[in-house]
Design a protein around this ligand. Structure first.
Ligand code: HEM
Length: 532
């Protein structure tokens, strides 16, 4: 994206003046950082760093330390790159930094401020978060969908089996994201799309595009978010029009689904009233819960706009993060055949080869869990977490720094995962680092790390009041899908490509997918009847 400075007006002079006064003010001790240019501040440094913002911020941290202050146009920004700093902001000062910054243009158009994830904060988002934690992601509620998840995974495994019999190459990312979309649409609306209704294929492919593009746009640096007077330039580049077109697609899809869902619910209720005992409503899906949930002040029900936003956040939060993690895990296992072999041997020993894996087996799969932790360390699906902010100025934080009000706080978990002062041999994919002594004979010190929100070495789900409410579902889906893929097939690169030549480049956005989708050949490991 080009950065063009064309409108250096009175407002911009004011901006520079404010900054100089801020820095000079004896009462404001900002964290260290590169000197900002007039108007654009440090934006040029970020644009010069290229597309990979997480890497540019990591190299700034190497230069200036684990807390870096940047002025991006008119936006105060702080980047944290150590467990100590993350703990200070997300635990010690969790209450002050429980807010999200003002939504960017992309977030405002695509998501809005009336959900959970992008909302600046306030009674509505706290109320929705409570519904997520106590109802949608409650253990019992998640367990009630187990047989559906098993059926969906069986279908995908069978499709891959058929492809393998025909000697085809599997497009893993595409297969996995279709599977996870089916799991999510089932949990949300009791409906599945991929592999069933040909007439709906266009619709769902269009929505799949929305789910992939939303995080990409939200992670992009759009100049008017930092220099508001350049909004006209963004309009001229057609960015606003593209965002509105995408918004239109997602609204149409979600609103149709909700309307369809309401009709089915009414039909079921009518049949029930007529006394037909055969019709019983099965487990409540997410939309059932949202349609009957009260507003935050206890009056009426949630608005249709709020439900639409929440549904989008669930899809964006749940689909891309989980499928990106599974794809990276498979790529790392392909590059490290001994580790793949060990993970498969664990499955053979714990589960055996005469049945398929069940969710109740997962807690026994210690090595698989270590593989997943190692994947989160090297490839955190949301490399800069979701930014936080505070409403008021916060004084004397970290090493005595002052943080201006409405500062955007980014946490570079990607940099932390590769920091040699935190991890031994940080660039090596080495799941054994997460095993207890005795579970593995190896020479480096081991440590048990539960990716929970109190562990600031590895916390891919964030921490504190805004930590990911979908964590139990995210972990469950990643574990069971990866386990089934490894248990059901031997995997190799097509065309006899050598494992160590696999391209591991990333494509930065709000999420961090592989730049090149992973294509693999699968060879069945189980007896034929277990694929039906
Ligand atoms: C591998 C899977 C996942 C990862 C790595 C992940 C990661 C994250 C992260 C880093 C945050 C920001 C936390 C913070 O600010 O401290 C977040 C927030 C959120 N996630 Fe997830 N997530 C995953 C799965 C899911 C799933 C399955 C859902 C829902 C179906 C979900 C829904 C949300 C929502 C609604 C928020 C916003 C919470 C708030 O702002 O209060 N996530 N997630």
């Amino acid at each position: 994206m080009h950065l063009q400075i064309v409108n250096f007006n009175y407002k911009n002079y004011n901006l520079v003046l404010n900054y100089v006064l801020l820095r000079k003010s004896s009462r404001m001790r900002l964290p260290p950082g590169p000197w900002p240019w007039p108007v654009v501040g440090n934006l040029l440094q970020l644009y010069q760093g290229g597309k990979n913002l997480h890497k540019t911020l990591a190299s700034l941290a190497q230069q200036y330390g684990p807390i870096v202050y940047l002025r991006l146009g008119s936006v105060h920004t702080v980047v944290l790159s150590s467990p100590m700093m993350a703990k200070e902001f997300l635990k010690t000062h969790d209450q002050e930094f429980q807010y999200r910054p003002k939504p960017t243009l992309a977030a405002e158009i695509l998501v809005g401020n009336n959900g959970v994830a992008m909302s600046t904060g306030g009674p509505l988002s706290r109320h929705l978060r409570r519904i997520c934690l106590t109802e949608l992601f409650a253990t019992k509620h998640l367990q009630s969908f187990e047989s559906m998840r098993t059926k969906e995974i069986n279908n995908t495994i069978n499709d891959i089996h058929m492809e393998s019999e025909e000697g085809k190459v599997v497009d893993l990312k595409s297969r996995i994201s279709s599977l996870i979309i089916n799991i999510m649409t089932n949990m949300m609306f009791r409906k599945r799309y991929f592999g069933v209704d040909q007439s709906k294929q266009n619709e769902i492919h269009c929505f799949k595009e929305v789910i992939t593009k939303v995080p990409h746009w939200i992670g992009s640096l759009i100049i008017s978010d930092y220099i508001p007077s350049l909004r006209w330039l963004v309009r001229l580049q057609g960015i606003e029009a593209s965002l509105h077109a995408l918004r239109h697609k997602k609204s149409q899809f979600i609103q149709n689904l909700i309307a369809e869902h309401k009709n089915v619910a009414i039909e079921v209720d009518q049949v029930k009233e007529s006394g037909n005992e055969n019709v019983t409503k099965t487990t409540k899906d997410f939309v059932d819960i949202l349609l009957s949930a009260p507003q935050e002040d206890g009056t009426g029900n949630l608005s249709k706009e709020t439900i639409e936003t929440l549904v989008l956040e669930m899809f964006v939060g749940g689909v891309e993060t989980s499928s990106v993690t599974i794809e990276w895990a498979m790529a790392e296992l392909i590059r490290n055949p001994m580790i793949m072999k060990r993970a498969q041997m664990e499955l053979e020993t714990v589960v055996g080869m005469n049945r398929i894996i069940e969710e109740s087996d997962l807690h026994k799969l210690t090595y698989l869990q270590a593989v997943i932790k190692e994947t989160f360390r090297l490839h955190p699906p949301i490399p800069l977490l979701v930014p936080r902010s505070s409403i008021n100025k916060v004084c004397g934080i970290a090493e005595g720094y002052d943080i201006p009000p409405h500062t955007k706080v980014m946490v570079n978990v990607w940099a932390m995962g590769r920091d040699p002062s935190i991890w031994e041999r940080p660039f090596e994919f080495y799941p054994e680092r997460f095993l207890q002594q005795g579970q593995e004979h190896h020479h480096i010190a081991t440590e048990i790390i539960d990716m929970d929100e109190n562990n600031f070495k590895l916390f891919p789900f964030g921490s504190g009041r805004r930590a990911c409410p979908g964590r139990p579902l995210g972990i469950l889906v990643v574990q069971i899908v990866l386990a089934r893929l490894l248990h059901s097939f031997h995997w190799v690169l097509p065309n006899h490509q050598e494992p160590n030549t696999l391209d591991m480049s990333e494509e930065f956005g709000m999420s961090l997918p592989r730049a090149q989708q992973l294509h693999l050949k699968a060879y069945p490991k189980l007896q034929a009847h277990l694929y039906r």
